[in-house]
Design a protein around this ligand. Structure first.
Ligand code: ZN
Length: 458
């Protein structure tokens, strides 16, 4: 059966008998062996899935093909699960734990520099003293065609205060047409044309220009970071900070996942950039130092994205089809976005009342409404923390309803969440480790960074 015939048969799905439906799904599996997967067929099936038409038949067929799908196709499947009206949780629960763990890993990869985002939150809180700070990282959920060829990097901040309590919500938006997480130029320096650079640049504004950011806030309004508000000087500072921070991240990967022994000091790396203000070097190193204790951070953002997609209502979202033209409108809708789109927030935090077990602790926003959850970790080494976070993210993905209903501190153990959490965290940690090792293996800055080792001696 040629592909076109399969596609046409699926298009007339509702007129088919059950045995015909099964037959066409079987034939589809065979046609999927080709190098160019028949994307039109997948789209048709996902449309049926969204309407919950024969989901019991279609979803297992898609899961059987899982190995053959590429990343964008896997993402399409998740988006469809999220869109399937009220039945999305039901569909989500039909996925195996291994598929859920893999989806989480896939989504994790785009949250570059997530560990530094969590570290920046602590630094900002320390700096502002009496203000709670929350930072979210959001890649707009658009495809290349919908966004065009323009790079987007923005810091949006909003301040709230009530009953003597202050809260600063910061959101970093990024979009890079190359869609690459990390990219280098010919000499092994980070390219400005990748997500890691854009996120690091925006983080630099949060660290270096926080007072300015707070100063330009109108009461209760979001401000978009753009050259309209920032001086040329601030932009140069942020670029330099981003370059150093990226090298420090590579240094970390080389040190812990590579096979080299002569790793240069952080200072030697920063100094190789020549005449840069000492304050920028100090702050980049401070941020990197603090980042090191945040493990699994990109997976935390990915879990938040999946939980919001599957469990939080997507209704009444403001239309954001063309983000660049609708910035003004989005400012007005910012409050709505804050409440609806971004849903639950998840942050790692150290220290719990019970020191032997990781737990999920709900926290309230300034208005007394549930704002998110802390993953409260016992004081322990990084690898134990990674394992604890993996298990906790599993709890979110497998049983978020339980977490939401209980709405009090809940311990992450098999007693509360079942044996699946061990299995899930094993898959997640394993895929993750092999991905990072692959990154270390083809890191184009490696030679340049390692060559700085001798600079330490002098
Ligand atoms: Zn900037």
């Amino acid at each position: 059966m040629p592909e076109d015939d399969i596609l046409n048969t699926i298009k007339s799905w509702n007129n088919l008998q059950n045995n015909e439906k099964n037959m066409v799904l079987k034939k589809m599996s065979k046609s999927w062996d080709k190098i160019n997967p028949p994307i039109g067929i997948l789209k048709e099936l996902l449309m049926l899935l969204e309407k919950m038409t024969d989901a019991d038949m279609i979803l297992p067929a898609l899961i059987n093909l899982w190995e053959k799908f590429k990343r964008p196709q896997k993402e399409m499947i998740l988006r469809s699960l999220a869109k399937s009206s009220e039945k999305n949780i039901e569909l989500w629960n039909k996925l195996t734990n291994a598929v859920k763990a893999e989806l989480l890993e896939l989504f994790s990869r785009k949250y570059t520099m997530a560990h530094a985002v969590f570290a920046a939150r602590l630094i900002a809180e320390k700096h502002l003293k009496d203000t709670k700070v929350y930072i979210q990282l959001n890649e707009p959920e658009k495809t290349l065609e919908e966004y065009g060829s323009e790079k987007i990097g923005r810091v949006i901040a909003k301040e709230c205060s009530e009953n003597g309590k202050k809260e600063l919500s910061i959101r970093i938006y990024y979009w890079c047409p190359s869609q690459e997480t990390v990219k280098y130029d010919k000499r092994g320096y980070i390219s400005e044309d990748c997500n890691r650079f854009i996120v690091s640049h925006e983080l630099a504004h949060v660290i270096l220009h926080l007072d300015y950011l707070v100063e330009i806030l109108d009461c209760n309004r979001f401000r978009w970071h753009s050259s309209r508000y920032n001086s040329h000087n601030q932009e140069t500072e942020a670029d330099n900070f981003a370059k150093i921070l990226s090298d420090l991240r590579d240094r970390h990967i080389l040190k812990y996942f590579g096979h080299d022994s002569n790793i240069p000091s952080k200072k030697a790396i920063a100094k190789s950039y020549g005449n840069i203000k000492p304050e920028i070097i100090e702050k980049a190193i401070e941020l990197d130092d603090l980042s090191e204790k945040f493990t699994m951070s990109n997976s935390i953002f990915a879990a938040k994205e999946i939980v919001s997609a599957i469990y939080e209502s997507q209704d009444e979202l403001p239309d954001e089809d063309n983000i660049r033209e609708k910035l003004e409108q989005m400012q007005k809708d910012a409050k709505k976005l804050q409440d609806k789109k971004h849903g639950v927030q998840i942050y790692p935090a150290e220290g719990t009342e019970r020191q032997d077990c990781v737990s999920i602790v709900p926290f309230l926003g300034i208005k007394g409404k549930l704002a998110g959850y802390f993953i409260a970790l016992p004081k322990q080494n990084i690898s134990k923390s990674s394992e604890d976070i993996a298990k906790t993210l599993c709890a979110f993905l497998l049983d978020y309803e339980k977490i939401r209903e209980q709405n009090v501190q809940i311990f992450v153990n098999e007693e509360n969440f079942g044996k699946g959490i061990g299995e899930f965290s094993d898959v997640l940690l394993k895929t993750r480790k092999s991905n990072i090792q692959a990154v270390a293996g083809k890191m184009k800055s490696r030679e340049r960074i390692l060559s700085l080792f001798s600079a330490d001696e002098s």
